[in-house]
Ligand binder design. Sequence first.
Ligand code: ATP
Length: 507
Amino acid sequence: QEDIFKKLVAHCKEYGYVFQSSEIYDGLGAVYDYGQNGVELKNNIKKYWWDSMVLLHENVVGIDSAIFMHPTIWKASGHVDAFNDPLIDNKDSKKRYRADVLIEEQLAKYEEKMNKEVEKAAKKFGDSFDEAQFRATNQRVLANREKWDQLHQRFSDALNASDLAELKQIIEDEGIVCPISGSRNWTDVRQFNLMFSTEMGSTADGALKVYLRPETAQGIFVNYLNVQKTGRMKIPFGIAQIGKAFRNEIVARQFIFRMREFEQMEMQFFVKPGTELEWFDLWRETRIKWHRALGFGDDNYRFHVHEKLAHYANAAVDVEFKFPFGFKEVEGIHSRTDFDLSQHQKYSGKKIQYFDPELGESYVPYVVETSIGVDRMFLQVVSASYHEEEVESSNGQKDTRVVMKLPPVLAPVKLAVMPLVKKDGLPEKAREIIDDLKFDFNCQYDEKDSIGKRYRRQDAIGTPFCVTVDHQSLEDQTVTIRYRDTMEQDRVAIADLKNIIADEVSF
Ligand code: ATP
């Protein structure tokens, strides 16, 4: 699986999906650029989200707020005081780690040990193996489970109490070593704020310290009144936004899974107090359906219900997807109560309420949010679409084909048009077809190399249709259309192409 992940990262680079940022200067940590195909896929993901949230919901509207906001917003939201990760340095390797991640990895080790015992026994006992009974009685499994339980309890208590000394104590007691130096020589744990800051303008008193927003949600909260009033919105209603967010992540690993500059697609849904949990359930179901509609397999998704809630939330669930490195969060659905609007009411001194004409009274709305990372969604799409298949080549030999089985609605290039040969008027005919289709679909003209090589190149990009123009095309106005996933070919009229493709690439 790790191997597939490495291949996927290499593939994303080779085919113009994702490049390391500033690569010719040896890169910048956890920052990435999207290439010619990546930007198309990313735009299609954003459109797929926007259309399903905003176009299909009469009571959801969009905004685009600025990245810079008044610094007091981040005081009100709690980010200045509490958007922290607990950090620890190893004195020998001088490497910095997140204390919570080191402990989570230790928990995962105990779990792995339990599972290894079970796997070994399953191999040994074969069909007669009763896993539940083995887990309940095997001494080694029980010992590791006890260690897991104890550590988990101590860890959650320490996190809940923000007890940094206890986090360090856990690391020492567990004998956790630095993965680089193998040493146990740790510094104390301290809090590290994840927000990037910079200075805006300059006045006689000095410049104003502003932050790069760590989430897009606050831009929605502070525009609640503007949108509600100017759009004459009635509760329940939602505001959606797609935009960049920035976090100075310490453990920045796994490619575009955790980046320092990334994009979010968030929607805050404003509801009457007391109805929020019904809406929470509804949005949870709506969102998982959205993911599943892409056809990556229902078993590749699961919900992770938060046991430990942020102080302002009264329900929270993550949608997790099975990445090559395991199930991980792609989206969060949170019932945030009236925390954010009340805080902004307090800090700004403005009344942020809704007059409910049916009740005849005003209240601060409650909020249910859905929050998904564009880049993580991108990683979900490419991990689920990357396939290596054994196929028979034209000379009868076995060959491997790398194909990105992207949902056609998301594919960067919808069709490639290829003249069979570079003469006899075939290139001109191919260009003519493109000129007719390019207003509707992203088309690519491709005349270089043998037709087989061209098909493979398009498979690797994930182009769902290849249209080949041959001599017959000039006579009867037909072409062959080749389907990426089945590799089957049909002869169709040029005049029918638009409908055939539109049928497959719409959502
Ligand atoms: P994590 O626990 O993985 O750090 P989070 O719980 O802090 O994520 P939220 O603050 O709920 O994440 O953000 C909502 C969504 O934004 C996440 O589900 C994820 O898809 C995306 N996201 C958050 N941080 C990053 C990041 N550093 N890089 C890419 N996407 C991110």
